[in-house]
Design a protein around this ligand. Structure first.
Ligand SMILES: Cc1cc2nc3c(=O)[nH]c(=O)nc-3n(C[C@H](O)[C@H](O)[C@H](O)COP(=O)(O)OP(=O)(O)OC[C@H]3O[C@@H](n4cnc5c(N)ncnc54)[C@H](O)[C@@H]3O)c2cc1C
Length: 308
């Protein structure tokens, strides 16, 4: 088999050597990484994975839930940016979506094809693969209820079809969030709906989010902490952070957003160390004042390229 750089050159796949990862992350916190590869088809994604799956790699979709360290220590680390972008009708109940399709583009496709029941993802940044990996959701719904099956690249280098239960979906979590297996395509169930009705729902979801969460315009990775569930009830992490007096406060290069206390924002030149420091302070204070342990929703990458 050709080595990775030969393959990238032959297939004319975009790549960068010793390049900053910041532009690929919505929080904009990260460092120079040895190799960044940008794939635009599912075949290229499979081709790249088949050459590097035994080496250290991190696969990113929209990079909207991830923070990189200030330094990467492994000279062999590859970051794959997944921009595979095809969407097709699978049968009259499901659509087949490349995992690199942006939620935004999927919403526009759905509007044109009368695909209802997925509008809860309107306004959630990132790709459909990322959404499946973290079980993204909004408005009380999450992708776990619409994902029927997926084509995946497993950790032994095999490509296979797996059913919904393989994901072991939980609140903002799945077996893929911290794992090494890669989702190549997802098959989503839908409800046929009039085009105008899909348009209305998508537009109103986006308008609602813009009005309620202006902090969405900042450099962030979305809600930083999971909403803690106590006695079966979901509690707002943002409210708890507000109650301990952290809302709107600045901590070196990072701040707790004014509009939404569960958004930790990069003020411009934030470092990973500063984010970790603020995270620790918030967790400590919430535990001390409220007796509740907050759990991080955002994914950190170690300097060796492991997710945690
Ligand atoms: C302003 C803002 C608002 C947000 N609002 C919401 C919200 O309302 N609801 C919500 O749930 N989230 C929200 N988020 C968080 C984030 O957008 C979602 O978690 C999103 O689904 C992540 O997708 P992504 O493509 O950006 O994934 P990334 O951040 O690129 O990756 C996240 C994780 O998924 C893995 N991954 C990505 N693609 C694949 C794949 N193809 N196969 C296997 N693993 C993969 C990555 O390795 C990583 O572990 C928000 C974020 C921001 C910045």
């Amino acid at each position: 088999m050709m080595d990775i750089k030969e393959f990238l050159g032959k297939e004319k796949i975009e790549y960068y050597v010793n390049h900053s990862i910041k532009a690929y992350l919505t929080m904009g916190v990260g460092c120079t990484v040895p190799l960044i590869v940008v794939v635009r088809t599912d075949d290229h994604l499979k081709g790249v994975l088949s050459r590097i799956y035994k080496e250290p790699f991190v696969l990113l979709g929209g990079g909207s839930n991830v923070v990189f360290p200030d330094v990467v220590s492994d000279p062999d680390l590859t970051v794959i940016i997944n921009r595979s972008d095809a969407i097709n009708q699978d049968n009259n109940q499901t659509i087949k979506v490349n995992s690199g399709v942006l939620n935004l583009d999927l919403m526009e496709w759905n509007v044109k094809h009368g695909i209802g029941g997925l509008d809860f993802l309107a306004g959630v940044p990132g790709t459909i693969g990322g959404a499946a990996a973290v079980n993204a959701g909004a408005f009380g719904e999450s992708i776990s209820t619409t994902l029927v099956k997926a084509e995946i690249f497993d950790s032994n280098g095999n490509i296979k079809i797996v059913a919904n239960d393989y994901f072991q979906f939980q609140y903002r979590n799945s077996a893929f969030k911290y794992g090494k297996e890669v989702i190549i395509n997802v098959f989503l169930s839908y409800i046929p709906e009039a085009l105008a009705s899909v348009r209305d729902k998508v537009d109103s979801r986006i308008a609602y989010r813009k009005e309620k969460h202006p902090a969405f315009d900042y450099l962030s990775a979305g809600c930083f902490f999971k909403n803690p569930i106590i006695d079966g009830q979901k509690n707002s992490a943002g409210k708890l952070i507000e109650q301990i007096g952290f809302k709107g406060t600045a901590h070196k290069g990072v701040m707790v957003a004014d509009e939404h206390a569960n958004f930790i924002v990069n003020s411009g030149n934030a470092t990973f160390a500063e984010i970790q420091d603020l995270e620790e302070k918030i967790v400590r204070e919430v535990a001390k004042q409220k007796g509740i342990t907050l759990e991080r929703e955002v994914i950190y990458i170690t300097s060796e390229g492991k997710k945690y």
